[in-house]
Design a protein around this ligand. Structure first.
Ligand code: SAH
Ligand code: SF4
Ligand code: F3S
Length: 481
């Protein structure tokens, strides 16, 4: 279909904008078609699944504009860093890698370098790049992602582009997407966050919550299923508040049930759930819908009520534990994971002990733990520290030790059981092994020396019964039944 919104007075602003970007994409395609070979583009992604999903759109647009996607900055004509601002070490990594690109650009002055994503939504960072990283040609924020064809077209005409306006993020549908490997596809259902946890930069860089319409989400899931994907991961900073502000929208639980209705899709997961919004309706849907995987990532952040309050998490330890009890009652074999912050400002060793006791009480399958990182502009950045860096690191190590023991113990219980494993692919480290995931999301390495490479590849995307014969801290191993 050729859309021409610019000449149609009834076309909505959104479709006119889409048409404008389609026109810019055509111009870039034309510039590229004059080159001897398609230019190579490399997209490097930092941060969470949301950024991975955004990079799939950047890559889809790049391919549509006549680029060839490549796996490293070496020899690339265009390099894009899609950045994350959640912790300082993520930012330092970007600055380090950007510095290293200076030499590559000296050797290949025609190389274009772009930086986008969450870091660029912070004014002080965008200014630093502008002043100190003169070899960068393109800077744009998360809200400008849909304008990428226009931004690139201008940069290819020799201009340095800084597109970091202070704008409310809107939803722009219709960008081509270069999806990750089968069988798992990611589908964003909502963007942004309204929760303002006091340590977190995400609401500042991603803007307020806004949800995609169920029609658009379902159309994308159907497309994915037709394309042969078997599993979808619905994405949002807080999927449980899906639909807020969208007239007549279903609840997240209802949306999940609709997605389960798409034939061809066999497994449905979602990330992330804020504990305060985990509803009984969602728990019921998880218990009733076979396709919803028995897995829940439920970030607790701390086991101390005082710290939870200072974090503005809006639940108490007891309320959180009650939700865990209810979900385990409804879905007994659920795999539970969480996020923890160690060394939040004002956290004492007693608060930390509360977190340790919560870990012992809940017995998560796995935790993602982070040492607190000060983020400019967030309320926690103004709060005083109680613990020294040394104490924080000691606590962090102690926590990992505790959790590694719990994770290993939980995995050992799987030995001798049969698990339905969705095969994802060949192992990267062992030619005789294929890997996949249980319904709970645990990685299973399956030894199958009896199969040829072709047979192994053909199994990708198929759910097979696997007898679990071994357990490690982070994964299981087994054999096909
Ligand atoms: N929306 C998701 C998480 C987004 S960020 C949620 O609410 O769970 C992922 C994790 O990074 C958070 O759960 C938190 O544990 C951690 N995190 C966020 N800001 C941080 C900071 N300033 N320092 C250390 N860890 C942080
Ligand atoms: Fe950050 Fe809290 Fe929003 Fe998660 S819910 S993105 S931790 S502010
Ligand atoms: Fe990082 Fe942005 Fe995600 S700050 S964690 S990439 S939303």
């Amino acid at each position: 279909m050729i859309m021409n919104g610019q000449n149609d007075p009834t076309a909505s602003a959104e479709s006119r904008e889409l048409q404008k970007q389609i026109d810019y994409a055509a111009r870039v395609r034309e510039l590229n078609s004059k080159k001897r070979t398609p230019p190579a583009a490399f997209v490097e992604t930092y941060g969470c699944q949301q950024n991975v999903s955004d990079s799939e759109k950047l890559s889809g647009m790049l391919r549509d504009m006549g680029f060839r996607l490549c796996g490293s900055a070496d020899g690339a004509d265009l390099v894009i860093f899609n950045t994350c601002a959640v912790r300082e070490n993520a930012e330092l990594k970007v600055f380090g890698n950007l510095g290293a690109l200076k030499h590559k650009k000296r050797k290949n002055p025609d190389m274009l370098i772009g930086v986008c994503g969450c870091m660029m939504q912070q004014e002080h960072i965008a200014k630093t790049i502008e002043k100190k990283y003169k070899h960068v040609d393109i800077v744009f924020g998360t809200h400008a992602l849909y304008r990428f064809p226009q931004i690139l077209c201008e940069a290819m005409s020799g201009r340095t582009v800084f597109d970091v306006k202070d704008e409310a993020g809107a939803i722009h549908e219709g960008a081509p997407t270069e999806r990750g490997a089968k069988p798992l596809a990611k589908v964003p259902v909502m963007y942004g966050c309204n929760n303002f946890c006091t340590y977190c930069i995400v609401p500042y860089v991603r803007g307020r919550e806004r949800s995609r319409t169920p029609e658009n989400i379902l159309a994308e899931v159907r497309e994915i299923a037709d394309d042969g994907y078997k599993e979808v991961m619905l994405l949002g900073q807080n999927v449980n508040s899906y639909g807020a502000g969208l007239d007549g929208a279903p609840s997240f639980a209802q949306l999940l049930r609709m997605v389960c209705g798409v034939s061809g899709i066999e497994r449905v997961r979602f990330m992330t759930s804020h504990p305060k919004d985990l509803s009984d309706e969602l728990i019921r849907a998880m218990a009733e819908e076979k396709k919803i995987c028995a897995q829940l990532h439920l970030p607790v952040q701390s086991g101390s009520d005082r710290v939870l309050k200072a974090m503005n998490r809006k639940y108490t330890r007891a309320e959180y534990l009650e939700k865990v009890r209810r979900i385990r009652e409804a879905v007994p074999d659920i795999v539970l994971t969480t996020d923890i912050i160690v060394g939040f400002p004002t956290e004492t060793n007693e608060d930390f002990a509360d977190t340790m006791s919560l870990l012992k009480e809940v017995e998560y399958d796995m935790i993602f733990s982070f040492i607190y990182s000060k983020r400019v502009g967030t309320p926690a950045a103004e709060m005083p520290d109680c613990l020294t860096d040394e104490e924080k690191h000691r606590n962090f190590d102690e926590m990992l030790k505790l959790q590694n023991g719990i994770s290993k113990r939980k995995n050992l219980k799987y030995i001798g059981t049969t698990q339905a494993v969705l095969i994802e692919g060949l192992s990267k480290t062992n030619a005789e092994t294929i890997t996949g995931r249980t319904e709970g999301g645990k990685i299973v390495n399956i030894m199958c020396p009896e199969l040829t490479q072709t047979q192994k590849t053909a199994m990708c995307g198929i759910i097979r019964d696997v007898l679990i014969t071994g357990a490690q801290t982070w994964s299981l191993s087994g054999k096909l039944k």
